[in-house]
Design a protein around this ligand. Structure first.
Ligand code: ZN
Length: 404
């Protein structure tokens, strides 16, 4: 096989990385914590031993460079974890990049593979902190303002505690690279349920988020007749049911939507609420579907009566990110060679650093199955044979992209 890797070394490095911040059968490695930094320093050492020039920068990113000239691929993922979470989320793509870059050098293949390890993909401080920094899309004032969502620790302080204060942030020059490839566990159950071994990501979903607010009039719940009252919670409940039914009509096969929060004020059972609001999130890989649902939401809110004014505000909007066709083709060809018929094109329902990189260079992603679709939990796992297969498929695709 052209891009062959060392399966035993791959699995042993995966397990070694999982020993930093080991928690139950998973890891607890929040960004810039002691175990996260120890893991990053270990990764720098491994990359240097492989013959790569590797450095950690002022935001915790590790960007390595194969000293060799020629066509180059950027490859990696993140090494920080959610709190008390799984051992593979991020770590898989990081060790794949190390192993593929290392075996590429050992075999003397053409071109160069540069591994990267992003900081804080899991957004303890800010979403895609490291990858945004690397493409020049992170301002100093955002770093100044960011705090850990759980502990409240200021990002500046966390960087200082981690020994990164005053260090420069490295930017990647997109023009140096053929593209970026990231491997990741699927984190859903599509592959596992269908008995498939590899997913080639078509695009990363777009996410539209809304806050819907209803204004009513506070009054006595016993003496105010149903005709006279302006009830903010009743209006919201009815509207929420209409919204759910309407999205279900407009949804594509993989559209998902969530009402993640509902609040009612003052929140007393004998008081008619004067304010209610809910947070709604919609995800799909097709921009047309998101636009269609957006228009329907606005229409439902405009039409809503019940004597209470309703407002709809969009709180966040990220568009779907298409993966590069040529790079997808290289992954497909490798997958078909290794496991004919047992791979599939599929969208990613979760966000990944690859969507940030896709803004500046061709990008692609490969998924391996998550057993039972479990992720962001310490029981997250993938069969060893699938871990090895995914790495082999990606190595072969990288070899093709660099040879081509
Ligand atoms: Zn991840």
């Amino acid at each position: 096989m052209p891009g062959s890797i060392n399966p035993d070394r791959l699995l042993s490095d995966m397990r070694r990385l999982a020993s930093f911040g080991a928690y139950s059968s998973g890891v607890h490695r929040p960004t810039f914590s002691a175990p996260d930094m120890a893991a990053r320093h270990w990764l720098v050492e491994q990359m240097r031993e492989a013959g790569l020039a590797a450095e950690m920068d002022g935001i915790g990113n590790i960007i390595a460079r194969n000293p060799r000239q020629g066509r180059r691929l950027l490859m990696g993922s993140h090494s920080d974890s959610q709190n008390h979470a799984g051992w593979l989320d991020g770590a898989l793509g990081v060790i794949y990049a190390l192993e593929i870059a290392r075996s590429h050098i050992e075999r003397g293949h053409a071109g160069a593979i540069d591994p990267v390890v992003w900081a804080d993909e899991e957004a303890h401080y800010a979403s895609f902190l490291g990858s945004r920094s690397a493409i020049g899309a992170l301002e100093e004032n955002e770093i100044e303002a960011a705090r850990d969502a759980t502990t409240g620790l200021a990002l500046r302080q966390a960087l200082a505690d981690a020994g990164l204060a005053g260090m420069p942030r490295m930017h990647i020059s997109a023009g140096d690279y053929v593209g970026y490839i990231e491997a990741h566990i699927e984190q859903g159950d599509h592959l596992d349920s269908a008995g498939l071994r590899i997913g080639v990501v078509t695009s990363i979903v777009g996410i539209y988020q809304y806050r819907i607010t209803v204004s009513g009039a506070r009054n006595h719940a016993g003496t105010t007749s149903m005709e006279r009252r302006r009830d903010a919670s009743r209006t919201l409940i009815r509207l929420a049911a209409q919204i759910d039914a309407r999205i279900a009509e407009l949804a594509a096969e993989r559209t998902v939507w969530t009402v993640g929060n509902i609040t009612v004020e003052p929140g007393q059972v004998s008081i008619i609420p004067d304010r209610s609001d809910m947070l709604l999130q919609v995800r799909d890989a097709d921009p047309q579907v998101l636009v269609r649902i957006d228009a329907a939401l606005r229409e439902l809110v405009d039409r809503c009566d019940g004597g209470c004014p309703v407002t709809l505000g969009m709180t966040a909007r990220s568009e779907p990110h298409r993966m590069d066709e040529g790079m997808r083709e290289a992954l497909r060809t490798s997958a078909e060679q290794h496991v004919p018929g047992d791979w599939v094109d599929m969208p990613s329902g979760a966000g990944h650093d690859a969507q940030i990189l896709a803004g500046v260079m061709p990008a692609a992603m490969l998924f391996v199955p998550s057993i039972g679709g479990i992720s962001h939990h310490w029981t997250e796992n993938t069969k060893d044979e699938d871990i090895v297969l995914g790495c082999q498929v990606m190595a072969d695709a990288a070899y093709r992209l660099l040879a081509g």
